[in-house]
Write a protein that binds this ligand. Structure first.
Ligand SMILES: O=C(O)CCC(=O)C(=O)O
Ligand SMILES: [Fe+2]
Length: 326
């Protein structure tokens, strides 16, 4: 049963039932309280909603406008930026390619990926391909790389609060994600005709450490709650949705859960509207070895990955194959 379709329990617009937004303004004034509330939300839902994130709204809007301009280009122009067999790490992944792990149908979406830029000769260049930039949209590079850097910085701050919550030492993640193989994804879900086969994004868990998601105010995002019910994620306008990915779930022996989520098709009144969103998938440095944190192992929660440590890059490669990007 889907609780959103049940009028009695549907979240009012601009509210996320159950998930109480945490204001980023408390980061500087009440770090302990901020990290307690953020950590509690992650532990409970695998998700948190952050209000007052402080990102420059003009930069975000400019980037979204560029994404709209790009996706409106003719299919043959867009396809020039598709690099099949490269994991979809850069440029365009066309409509009808990605599918959720184990799903029979592909998702009803297309997307563009921007990654980290490294200087010539950097040892991590072998893990990170050069970015592609569409010449048809001149502002694309400065706007999206600016957004990448801003989200990378904000993500590091959020991880500091998570480290505090986990009592790891506030800087625990700093040198482990500084040069992470992170990805900014610009997603376009075109209008969905009534009765269309498939779903905008099938149920899945994110692969990475944490995801910072902007643009989820257009309805559709749902998380699978601990009791198996689908719960609408409907943040107030301008808020940031953050969720735990599989890498952090694995590192923390599931103390912080990576929750299944999906994007359902629009109700008839919104069927003619496209949906745009921009998740930032924050990753570990490629050579970071994910090994269960000893502090998360106990009698009640024995090590789920004993003897199974894995390098972040190998974990990523395994998972990209499962979602048909490699
Ligand atoms: O579009 C959204 O709101 C969520 C997208 C998502 O979950 C993903 O791309 O992993
Ligand atoms: Fe996701």
């Amino acid at each position: 049963m889907t609780s959103t379709l049940d009028a009695a329990s549907a979240a009012a617009p601009g509210q996320t039932k159950g998930i109480k937004p945490v204001s980023m303004s408390r980061y500087d004034t009440d770090f302990q309280g901020f990290s307690d509330d953020l950590g509690a939300s992650f532990k409970r839902y695998g998700f948190a909603v952050i209000a007052d994130h402080g990102l420059d709204e003009d930069v975000i809007q400019a980037a979204i406008d560029d994404a709209k301009a790009f996706f409106a280009l003719p299919e043959e122009v867009k396809r020039q930026y598709h690099q099949p067999g490269t994991g979809g790490a850069r440029g365009l992944t066309p409509f009808g390619v990605e599918a959720a792990k184990g799903a029979a149908a592909v998702d009803l979406k297309e997307f563009w990926h921007v990654g980290r830029e490294l200087p010539e000769g950097h040892p991590y260049r072998k893990y990170m391909r050069d970015n592609l930039w569409p010449t048809e949209v001149p502002g694309f590079k400065p706007h999206f790389y600016g957004m990448f850097e801003a989200l990378d910085e904000l993500g590091a701050k959020i991880l500091k609060a998570i480290a505090h919550y986990l009592e790891l030492g506030d800087d625990y993640f700093e040198d482990k994600v500084q040069l992470g193989n992170s990805i900014l994804r610009m997603l376009h879900y075109p209008p969905v005709a009534a009765g269309a086969a498939g779903v905008r994004a099938g149920a899945h868990e994110d692969i990475n450490v944490i995801t910072l998601l902007l643009g989820a105010e257009e309805r559709g995002l749902q998380l699978k709650d601990a009791d198996g019910e689908w719960l609408e994620v409907a943040p107030p306008p301008g808020a940031l949705v953050v969720n735990i990915g599989d890498m952090l779930q694995r590192l923390t022996n599931h103390v912080l859960p990576s929750t299944s989520h999906r994007v359902v098709n629009p109700e008839p009144d919104r069927a003619s509207f496209a949906r745009y969103s921009t998740p930032f998938f924050l990753h570990f440095n490629p050579d970071f070895v994910i090994e269960t944190l000893p502090s998360t192992i106990s009698e009640e929660n024995p090590d789920r990955y004993a003897g199974k440590s894995i390098m972040a890059e190998d974990f990523l490669t395994e998972r990209l194959k499962e979602i048909r990007l490699l």
